[in-house]
Design a protein around this ligand. Structure first.
Ligand SMILES: Cc1cc2nc3c(=O)[nH]c(=O)nc-3n(C[C@H](O)[C@H](O)[C@H](O)COP(=O)(O)O)c2cc1C
Ligand code: SF4
Ligand code: SF4
Length: 342
């Protein structure tokens, strides 16, 4: 009897959408006789074995700022070079619609340059991607915007699950299709993705605050996929490791994690303040150098000051007042994140 074809689906997920897509893909491929392994990419995972033992690798990830999440980039760099395995890439995006009724359509281009970026990273290792496509699931950016109502979520799940099944059918039939990334999309997505990777994700982590309803359960720290949270005096504290995946804010059982408006204002204000402080110094040194120094020092100072203030319960109540208190929390209904047991 012929051995079944070996498939590995490597996925990173913040709130479970990508895990859902990976599960559906696994089920469909298994129904057609493939032997499929799911690999959840979290910080504690070890380097991969040589890619040769597997016939097909599927990489699945949520799109962040039109790009591949940093943790997935790091994971891809661990793949050994060369090998004969085929590769497919699945980018999971957030819903963004234009038009009404029958004319309602997902706005194109929201995946930015993520597919192209993944293909380029794999090409550096000598791998060719045979299939690269996109599927929309509910947007999870609770930190910034409210998520869609549960009824709409259900409709979108049905449509998107069908799209994942269609992608599985293409994989089975051996179709070659890579969704193109137009030049206009690359123009905004490449710089945005780079800025997000360097500063944006760290900034998002630094905007979090746990309010007084926090029960000190520590789940947010245990569930964080990159160990970006540590507990101090019973409250979580966010480090610069954050990916911005939105898991902690959405998973907290008491909805205690908010976007701190005070932190937001302080960080935004530090940019014009850096320029203002630089106004005379340019005469004897490069103004760009001074703006860079102040743009680094002022947010750091703001973080340390607000952090100190948060130790006072009354100040914490004030500092955690936020628009996110009114927002729904989002998590794919079957999603249970792997717990860091270390
Ligand atoms: C920081 C951040 C940036 C995002 N950027 C994009 C984006 O550029 N385009 C997009 O369509 N969705 C974007 N999204 C939405 C997610 O990609 C989308 O909700 C995805 O389904 C989440 O998958 P997950 O549940 O597996 O984490 C972003 C989400 C976050 C948290
Ligand atoms: S999960 Fe929520 S309640 Fe538990 S420690 Fe974190 S913020 Fe507090
Ligand atoms: S701190 Fe929260 S948003 Fe940042 S990586 Fe961890 S779980 Fe995701």
């Amino acid at each position: 009897m012929k051995a079944p074809l070996q498939v590995k689906i490597h996925y990173f997920t913040g709130t479970g959408n990508t895990a859902r897509a990976a599960r559906i893909l696994k089920q469909e491929l298994e129904n057609h006789g493939y032997a499929v392994t799911l690999v959840s990419v979290e910080k504690r995972h070890l380097p991969l074995p040589p890619a040769d033992s597997v016939n097909l690798h599927v990489l699945a990830f949520p799109v962040y700022a039109g790009a591949v999440p940093q943790i997935m980039r790091q994971y891809l760099q661990r793949f050994s070079a060369g090998g004969s395995a085929r590769f497919a890439v699945l980018a999971v995006i957030g819903d963004a619609w234009a038009g009404k009724g029958a004319n309602r359509k997902q706005i194109p281009g929201h995946e930015g340059q993520s597919l192209r970026e993944a293909q380029r990273l794999l090409a550096r290792k000598g791998y060719h991607v045979h299939l690269a496509d996109v599927v929309p699931y509910p947007a999870n950016l609770t930190q910034i915007a409210n998520t869609m109502a549960p009824d709409d979520q259900e409709r979108l799940f049905q449509q998107s699950d069908a799209q994942v099944k269609a992608i599985a059918a293409r994989l089975i039939s051996g179709d070659t299709y890579c969704k193109p990334c137009p030049f206009a999309v690359r123009c905004w997505a490449i710089p945005l993705g780079m800025l997000y990777r360097l500063f944006g994700r760290r900034g998002l982590g630094k905007l979090y605050v746990a309010d007084q309803t926090c029960t000190h359960c520590g789940l947010c720290a245990r569930y964080c996929p990159v160990e970006a949270i540590f507990m101090r005096e019973g409250f979580p504290r966010w480090t610069l490791e954050c990916q911005g995946c939105q898991r902690c804010i959405n998973i907290c059982p008491s909805r205690s994690i908010q976007t701190s408006v005070v932190r937001l204002v302080a960080f935004i204000a530090s940019i014009p303040l850096s320029f203002w402080l630089t106004r005379d110094r340019g005469k004897w040194r490069s103004p760009i150098l001074w703006v860079s120094i102040f743009s680094f020092l002022l947010p750091l100072l703001a973080d340390l000051t607000i952090d100190r203030m948060e130790r006072n319960p009354t100040a914490r109540t004030f500092l955690s007042k936020s628009f996110t208190q009114r927002y729904r929390r989002y998590r794919e209904p079957h999603f249970h994140p792997p717990v860091d047991t270390k």
